[in-house]
Design a protein around this ligand. Structure first.
Ligand SMILES: Cc1cc2nc3c(=O)[nH]c(=O)nc-3n(C[C@H](O)[C@H](O)[C@H](O)COP(=O)(O)OP(=O)(O)OC[C@H]3O[C@@H](n4cnc5c(N)ncnc54)[C@H](O)[C@@H]3O)c2cc1C
Length: 409
């Protein structure tokens, strides 16, 4: 079967939803179709690692309300439909349900979790990306007394470990890195480690997992130094890779993501991309980036949707220049980061009874902020970073007195 839509959006998550919403609002005369491999309407992923284990994952509650409105307005959501090829010359996407022609295309196929080969095919090994993953993982840990090892102490691993320990599970968090979150400086890495230890998570840092030993109710994860960690259930959070295999042969440039210009355009001028799968030059920083966080995916979706519509209507294309931002909730603490650091900045930390603030500055310019709690001051600093923030202004907003402690570089 072959169909046509003015704007076709491939992907079924936040970037796709925002792209559909923006295209629809910007150009109501265009018809818009979202093609998603998932069986469900687009839903929020961030709660999947944070929701209490005792509560069922309610898909209706997680479904983006905008999606229901868009459906009423005539936006079509083709679910269970996986794109498997792109013919840019013919302006056609091929899928398991037939081909769909487009006037403008937005690619928002995001990322998929990486599973180390040594764990492939083993029972009770889980990743966490989709609703189905979350349901399967919850069922696996529901049985009392099962030991859980989480590989990867980044945000998803850390969040799920925090969720588990809060509900009485014993959990070991394993990471090859001696300092998880070390890219934000040693002080942040140390605070992150303390947060987990203080809340009862066992940490095994600086040593990788090399395989498993035993089976059934007495399986262990073997670490590179020979130690064994109880691991009836293994949760893998070692990172993700762009879901772009379906674009092989399309002629698009793929280098750690879909390579786009400042306006998120790629290919022949009628193809745009948004979300975790995109690598683009962020004009705010003059640097090429691929970001795996919700807010950037949403921002990019909105811009790609408007630009896709404008490419058909002859309007001007917008640049995509967000200040990167993420949040993570672990052990009742909200960790937030905004800005962009290269690693060469000075880091100044400030603690009070509400939490901790880490400010990154390069000479007279403040470039980023990371906070454990400290929500009101973080909100002000994040907003100020959008307009360019001097170090003096940042200090003033943060209420920093002399002397500060230089934490690290
Ligand atoms: C458990 C979890 C917790 C998170 N928590 C946070 C958080 O607290 N803060 C934060 O900033 N970020 C968080 N994130 C990251 C955030 O969810 C992602 O950055 C965001 O989902 C990226 O959106 P996306 O639209 O680019 O792609 P994705 O969410 O990866 O979605 C891609 C979509 O495209 C579909 N697709 C893929 N290939 C095809 C194809 N060939 N044809 C059709 N459809 C296809 C997929 O099925 C999927 O629906 C979390 C992620 C997870 C998994």
């Amino acid at each position: 079967m072959s169909t046509y839509s003015d704007v076709v959006i491939v992907g079924g998550s936040v970037a796709a939803t925002r792209a559909a919403e923006a295209a629809r609002r910007h150009a109501p005369s265009l018809n818009v179709t979202v093609v998603s491999a998932e069986a469900h309407l687009p839903y929020e992923r961030p709660p999947l690692s944070k929701l209490p284990l005792g509560e069922p994952v309610d898909l209706d509650e997680l479904t983006y309300p905008a999606v229901l409105r868009l459906q009423e307005e005539g936006v079509k959501f083709a679910l269970d439909t996986r794109a498997d090829g792109l013919d840019i010359g013919a302006k056609q996407v091929s899928t398991n349900c037939g081909t769909i022609g487009y006037g403008a295309l937005v690619i928002a196929t995001g990322c998929e979790p990486i599973l180390p080969p040594m764990l492939e095919g083993l029972p009770d090994v889980y990743v966490l990306r989709s609703y189905e993953d979350a349901v399967a993982l919850r069922a696996a840990v529901a049985e009392p007394g099962r030991s859980v090892a989480v590989i990867g102490a980044g945000f998803i691993g850390g969040e799920f470990a925090a969720t588990l320990v809060k509900e009485g599970h014993e959990v070991t968090l394993v990471d090859l890195a001696a300092k998880p979150l070390g890219r934000f400086g040693d002080a942040v890495a140390d605070a992150y480690e303390r947060l987990h230890l203080d809340n009862g998570v066992d940490l095994e840092l600086g040593t990788g997992a090399v395989g498993t030993v035993g089976a059934g109710g007495s399986r262990s994860l073997e670490l590179a130094d020979g130690r064994l960690i109880p691991a009836d259930v293994i949760v893998v959070g070692v990172g993700v890779r762009p879901s772009v295999a379906w674009l092989d042969g399309s002629g698009l440039t793929i280098e750690n993501g879909i390579v786009c210009d400042e306006t998120l355009r790629t290919g022949d001028g009628s193809v745009f991309a948004a979300g975790d799968a995109v690598r683009w030059p962020n004009p705010r920083y003059g640097e090429t980036m691929r970001i795996e966080h919700w807010t950037t995916a949403a921002d990019q979706g909105r811009i790609a949707g408007i630009n896709a519509a404008n490419s058909l209507l002859g309007g001007e294309l917008k640049s995509c220049a967000p200040v990167p931002y993420f949040w993570s909730d672990q052990h009742g603490v909200r960790i937030q980061y905004a800005g962009h650091r290269t690693g060469a900045e000075q880091v100044v930390e400030h603690h009070d009874q509400d939490g901790s603030l880490y400010l990154y500055h390069s000479g007279d310019e403040a470039v980023a902020v990371l906070a454990f709690e400290r929500r009101p001051v973080f909100v002000r600093l994040r907003a100020a970073l959008r307009n360019g923030l001097s170090w003096e202004q940042a200090r003033e907003i943060a209420g920093l007195g002399e002397p500060d402690r230089v934490a690290s570089r």
